[in-house]
Design a protein around this ligand. Structure first.
Ligand SMILES: Nc1ncnc2c1ncn2[C@@H]1O[C@H](COP(=O)(O)OP(=O)(O)OP(=O)(O)O)[C@@H](O)[C@H]1O
Ligand SMILES: O=C(O)C1=C[C@@H](O)[C@@H](O)[C@H](O)C1
Ligand SMILES: [Mg+2]
Length: 167
């Protein structure tokens, strides 16, 4: 078993939103490794960062991604930083991976003042800028399809993803 499609991209790129839409339209289930990590830990991602630290979160995330890539046969969204892990990037080579490419200004607008993303706290634009610079090459490395999301509605983005994965 393998996911029909795996979504990667920075916070605010729409992995969860677009991923759910694509799953609905394909009539398959949707899974998000952020939710898997929270279920395993029994607490929110924010609480994992505060109580146990980012390295512990990344270890839980690595395990969650490995299990989901092997077990899930629907649509899968990865946490925004999952691709930082070398083994995860290697595991993604066998999969259809969609990168939701999003500029700093659109991503910042979307995440706004939401406090559920611990890495962005305090300085959303500054942190996002740093994340995008560090990670964009990694998203491109794992992607088999890149879809631009700036100024576009989730539904339109889902249509483009569906065209790419069903042709
Ligand atoms: N194309 C879009 N246009 C406008 N708003 C969007 C778009 N895609 C997502 N959003 C909104 O942006 C916010 C973040 O979207 P979402 O949670 O899907 O991002 P994500 O990539 O899953 O982020 P994270 O990495 O933090 O899980 C949500 O409020 C969502 O409704
Ligand atoms: O970009 C990141 O590193 C993160 C994104 C979210 O999906 C969560 O996985 C967590 O908040 C870390
Ligand atoms: Mg998400």
């Amino acid at each position: 078993m393998a996911p029909v499609v795996v979504f990667v991209g920075p916070p605010g790129s729409g992995k969860t939103t677009v991923g759910r839409l694509v799953a609905e339209r394909l009539g398959v289930s949707f899974r998000d490794t952020d939710a898997d990590v929270e279920a395993t830990a029994g607490k929110s991602i924010s609480d994992i960062f505060v109580d146990d630290g980012e390295p512990h979160f990344r270890a839980l995330e690595r395990d969650a991604v490995k299990i989901a890539l092997a077990d899930h046969d629907g649509v899968l969204a990865l946490g925004g930083g999952a691709i930082l892990d070398d083994r995860t990037r290697a595991d993604l080579r066998d999969h259809r991976v969609v990168f939701l490419d999003t500029s700093l200004s659109d991503a910042a607008k979307r995440v706004g003042l939401d406090t559920s993303r611990p890495l962005l706290l305090g300085n959303v634009r500054g942190q996002l800028k740093r994340l995008l610079e560090e990670r964009r090459p990694l998203y491109l490395e794992v992607a088999t399809v890149t879809v631009t999301t700036d100024g576009r509605q989730p539904s339109e983005i889902a249509d483009e993803v569906l065209r790419a994965v069903t042709t």
